[in-house]
Each structure stands twice: as structure tokens, then as C-alpha cells.
Design a protein around this ligand. Structure first.
Ligand code: 2BA
Length: 107
């Protein structure tokens, strides 16, 4: 058995949770914070049989793809006024750890 820890963007977490549970994976969702940006993210914990690891990772990747979005965070001074400039940002993606499970016990 393996334990998968998947750290995903908050915006993707519900879709990842849904696809995993629809495929009968059992999942625990933790509200976490990235150490570098100090922004909220979501860590999903799922215990899976060894032969299901690839399927789980594929499902996570399908719903937490890296993609480009535009935000109006930047402003420039132009033609006598402040103009909002679209800034390209990469969002999504997943950081996935796969750990060996020594014991799995439900009491
Ligand atoms: P990612 O590498 O995609 O990481 C996204 C989030 O995944 C991280 O959020 C952190 O919560 C988790 N994570 C990634 N690698 C990890 C690891 N080896 N162990 C434990 N947790 C891990 P943040 O820490 O807020 O980082 C956000 C993004 O900032 C990272 O995206 C990376 O592109 C960049 N970054 C992180 N640490 C950096 C550093 N020391 N120097 C430069 N850039 C950094």
C-alpha cells in the first residue's frame, strides 16, 4: 500500500477530490499553507493499493494541470492616467509524494 500526498491549488482541490472519490479512492483533505508564498493550498491524502497509484496520479494531474491565467495585478502610468496591465501567471499543477505504508489499521 502507498500513501499519496498531493499538494494542489485551492481552486483545483474540489475537482481533484471529486474525481478521486468518483473513482472510489478514499481521500482526506487538509487546508495547508505553502512555506514560500505563505498562500493557502490544499493537501489531499489518499491511501491506495500499489496497483492503483498510477491511476490516482493520472486523475490528480487531469484536474490540476498547470495553466496560464491573466491577472490585473500590474499598473502602469500611461496617457496621463494609471492603466491596469494584464500579468501572465502560471497556476495549478500538483506536487505529489508517494510514500510506502508500513501499516494500515482501522480501529
Ligand atoms: P511548486 O513547486 O509548484 O510548489 C507548490 C507548493 O507545493 C508549495 O508552495 C509547497 O506548499 C508545496 N511543495 C512543493 N515542493 C515541496 C517539497 N519539496 N516539500 C514540501 N512541500 C512542497 P510554496 O512553498 O508556497 O511555493 C510556491 C511556489 O514557489 C513553488 O511552486 C515554487 O515554484 C516556488 N518556490 C518554492 N520555494 C522556493 C524557493 N525556496 N525558492 C524559489 N522558489 C520557490
Amino acid at each position: 500500500m502507498k500513501l499519496i500526498l498531493a499538494i494542489v491549488n485551492n481552486d483545483d482541490s474540489q475537482a481533484v477530490l471529486n474525481t478521486l472519490t468518483e473513482s472510489r479512492f478514499q481521500v482526506t483533505k487538509l487546508a495547508t499553507t505553502g512555506g514560500f508564498l505563505s498562500k493557502g493550498n490544499t493537501t489531499l491524502i489518499t491511501g491506495v493499493d500499489d496497483d492503483k497509484v498510477d491511476e490516482a496520479i493520472k486523475l490528480i494531474g487531469n484536474e490540476a494541470k498547470k495553466r496560464t491565467e491573466y491577472t490585473s495585478a500590474g499598473t502602469v502610468y500611461e496617457s496621463g492616467g494609471m492603466m491596469s496591465m494584464p500579468v501572465e501567471v502560471t497556476v495549478g499543477g500538483a506536487t505529489v509524494f508517494v510514500l510506502d505504508v508500513a501499516q494500515f489499521i482501522k480501529l
